[in-house]
Ligand binder design. Structure first.
Ligand code: ACO
Length: 440
């Protein structure tokens, strides 16, 4: 079999690609987005040629078209609905970014007030959820509690699980964005044996979350606006990242018609993995292991040696082959938080020195390995008072709006089909069953 792919122009000006399989020519449409690479539409390849395409990890395959987020990994660009992440991190708020991602546009004042009010008024969870929590072991990982409790929301909110009803879809979306901080704070409180703190409608989204995490009933708690703003910015930076593993999981789960709470629970399970949501914890551990700055050169040498099994955590990215734009904002946020708290964390010094050494090292330059968002975020979250077991939970709180916006977009997409990848079968060919007595 020979297979050749060409991409000549069509007579009508539209683009097309040609695949030749066993001397049979198949023409495939080439589709263009607003920005970014074109895609070859291979949807009819099997029907027309009898072959599948093979792409483990989807390194070259688009699974959908989307209007939500755009990444240019070579240039280090991240846009939400067209707006650069740096501008949103500086000027916007997470709640406004939630409106943008979910509804497509920045809200005017009236829309903003309404949206904020709707989210604020959905932050409480059904009182029976507290009894659901007490079924977990006290030492359960908060991500285990999140997987279970978010999935359980579908048992409490039947009136917003009809995915074919646009009103119910929107109510479910609001509920997810509003209740996720409450559940995350409850998971934290449960793990440290403190009473749950109810949400407060007087506070903004992120201040309310900090209060639910760090207040105790026996004394007043005042949210520090600098720290609240810093966490809000971290939420903005993590709000969406197009078709990453957990978002693709949410879309795949949703493609079967599963309810949105179940789909988000699936996304949380995927995010839990160390290659996805757990990298900031690994980066923090690495900085602690390095300890003194004088140990950096030896550590960098190990990270460059494939046989050492050691990587420079918080460096490199599947998509970004340039500085992750979120890492720049995160470094600034890190400085602000430490300054506000009056903390002189030697890990920040170690991180900055390590970054400089790696950025000037031929190995990292040639392989286009730059700091990613996780390089500095662990230092900030630790300074804010969160244990490492909560880091991925905070990521889940932030990413909820991205998951739900992508889920909603998928349900409303007329091209949507159940996700069902094909495979290259490499197992035994057909063979006959033999009786156990006759087997070797
Ligand atoms: N330190 C040292 N070498 C590295 C690193 C690193 N952090 N990252 C990649 N490399 C090297 C690899 O050894 C490989 O070398 P080779 O070409 O000689 O074989 C080359 O760079 C390419 O690496 P891949 O693993 O093939 O690249 P991929 O795109 O699959 O991986 C990943 C990206 C997983 C993020 C990787 O860079 C890594 O493991 N980084 C550290 C973990 C990390 O920070 N993850 C967070 C990602 S951001 C997020 O999830 C929010």
């Amino acid at each position: 079999m020979n297979a050749i792919v060409k991409a000549p122009g069509q007579q009508d000006g539209s683009k097309a690609a040609t695949l030749i399989v066993d001397n049979k020519q198949i023409t495939m449409p080439v589709r263009s987005g607003t920005i970014g690479p074109d895609v070859v539409d291979i949807g009819k390849v099997y029907a027309n040629s009898g072959v599948f395409t093979y792409d483990p990890g989807f390194t070259s395959t688009a699974n959908c078209s989307s209007k939500i987020t755009y990444i240019d990994g070579d240039e280090g660009v991240l846009l939400y609905r067209g707006y650069p992440i740096e501008q949103l991190a500086e000027k916007s708020s997470h709640i406004e970014v939630c409106h943008l991602l979910l509804n497509g546009e920045l809200p005017n004042q009236k829309q903003f007030d309404e949206f904020r009010s709707v989210i604020t008024r959905h932050t409480m969870v059904h009182e029976q959820m507290t009894r659901f929590f007490s079924g977990f072991r006290r030492d359960a990982h908060p991500m285990a509690i999140m997987c279970g409790s978010v999935g359980a929301l579908s048992a409490f909110y039947h009136d917003s699980t009809d995915i074919h009803d646009p009103v119910q879809r929107m109510i479910a979306s609001h509920r997810m964005i509003a209740k996720m901080p409450t559940l995350a704070a409850m998971a934290f409180k449960y793990s440290i044996g403190q009473p749950f703190i109810y949400p407060s409608n007087a506070l903004d989204y992120t201040s309310n979350f900090l209060q639910m995490c760090f207040a105790v009933p026996c004394e007043p708690y005042n949210v520090d606006p600098v720290l609240s703003r810093a966490l809000d910015r971290i939420f903005i930076l993590h709000a969406d990242h197009e078709q990453n593993a957990s978002t693709s999981t949410v879309r795949l789960a949703g493609s079967s018609g599963a309810n949105p709470f179940a789909c988000i629970a699936a996304g949380i399970a995927c995010l839990w993995g160390p290659a996805h949501g757990g990298a900031n914890e690994a980066a923090l551990k690495m900085l602690m292991e390095i300890g003194d700055k004088k140990n950096i050169p030896a550590f960098v040498a190990r990270a460059k040696d494939k046989n050492s099994g050691q990587r420079l955590m918080g460096f490199g990215h599947r998509v970004y082959k340039n500085y992750d734009p979120r890492a720049k904002v995160m470094q600034q946020t890190c400085r602000e938080v430490l300054a506000k708290l009056g903390v002189n964390d030697p890990l920040l010094e170690t991180a900055m020195e390590l970054e400089q050494i790696a950025l000037h090292d031929d190995y990292f330059i040639e392989k286009k390995l730059y700091p990613n968002v996780d390089f500095y975020s662990g230092i900030v979250l630790r300074a804010l008072g969160f244990p490492t077991s909560m880091f991925t939970v905070l990521f889940a709180v932030a990413r909820t709006v991205g998951w739900i916006a992508q889920w909603k977009e998928m349900i409303e997409d007329p091209e949507q089909k159940i996700g069902r990848p094909r495979q290259l079968y490499v197992g035994a060919p057909k063979r006959d069953y033999t009786d156990v007595a006759k087997r070797a």
